[in-house]
Design a protein around this ligand. Sequence first.
Ligand SMILES: *Cc1c(COP(=O)(O)O)cnc(C)c1O
Length: 385
Amino acid sequence: MFPSEVTDFFSAQKTPFYYYDLDVLNATLKEIKKHGLSKGYHVHFALKANNQPKILTLIKKAGLGADCVSGGEVQRAIDIGFSANEIVFAGVGKSNDEIELGLKHDIFCFNCESPQELEVLNELAGKQGKTARIALRLNPDVEADTHRYITTGLNENKFGINASDLDEVLDRIPELKNLKLIGIHFHIGSQIENFTPFEVLCDRANMLNDHIENRGFKISVINVGGGFGINYAHPNDNSIPDFKRFFGLFEDNIKLKDHQQLHFELGRSVVGQCGSLITRVLFTKYGESKNFAIVDAGMTELIRPALYQAAHRIDVLTSAKRNKNYDVVGPICESSDTFRTDISIPEVERGDLIAIRSAGAYGEVMRSAYNLREANATVYSDEIE
Ligand SMILES: *Cc1c(COP(=O)(O)O)cnc(C)c1O
């Protein structure tokens, strides 16, 4: 878990804070290089999972590109030094300002999600005298077998262009003179641990690739998005997702034509396991049927349990007492501000330190100031002697 010098360091810090283990991040990046980049695949890191400059800098150094879903993320990627030709920009609702920012920097590709977006992008590119490279985000209608709030590839979903609209869009594209269709893009959801949806995705992608090429378009980019899950229950034994199997699945199932390259957009699987939210027990409350450990972090620092019923592993760092069952809850005035219910952990008392694990993705990026909460601090492993 954490060596004693790290726990000692934590003990002297004001809580709550996010802690990032850069050794875990670097080991993860090494696996992505070994099994993905080395095959010539392009991997764009989804900034929405984590946008800490220090983390982005390491990811950029490892040779990944950037996947952005807002103008703010495009700007952050540029500021960190990602080269514009490694930046892709998705999102169902891009504002004019955001599109213009992407055009100004001549980013690699806009992943377009609706017929109307194509019209607007064409018009704005014309005004800047530019040609925008685009990929069509297609809705493969794949059930991702994940929480309903994070499945994105079904027809009933707000994301992407439905297959039934594709031919009409393809008819229109040659008339949109300021756009160049360079690829197709998919993203079926997040925290996908079962590999079957990815196999189904490959079949749909192959079919749509053939269809579009048969219509006379030459596309060079097949972008299969992200969504690869991490092991929230056992972060110590599974600190690095099985990238060999993940990239291997696509290698075996995606049929690339000679002029085509395979692109990925990974978020959670890159940064999820390197982060922990460190918090202190403020109070304990023992009831007739329930015990509460009330900690100083809340849904304002980590909203995943409240938003997606996510269960993060909880490690008690400063107690070796016998186990007791607790609801571990935050201080925010919402009943959903609960990290775990009825879990067995060593008995804690006021002041004990707790680590909420696997919090590197969709953790700190979603923090809010609700209840006028003070912003948390951030600690990196290389700051500890
Ligand atoms: C969120 C997102 C990703 C990354 O998803 P992960 O589950 O974190 O890998 C990739 N592509 C798009 C378009 C996204 O919105």
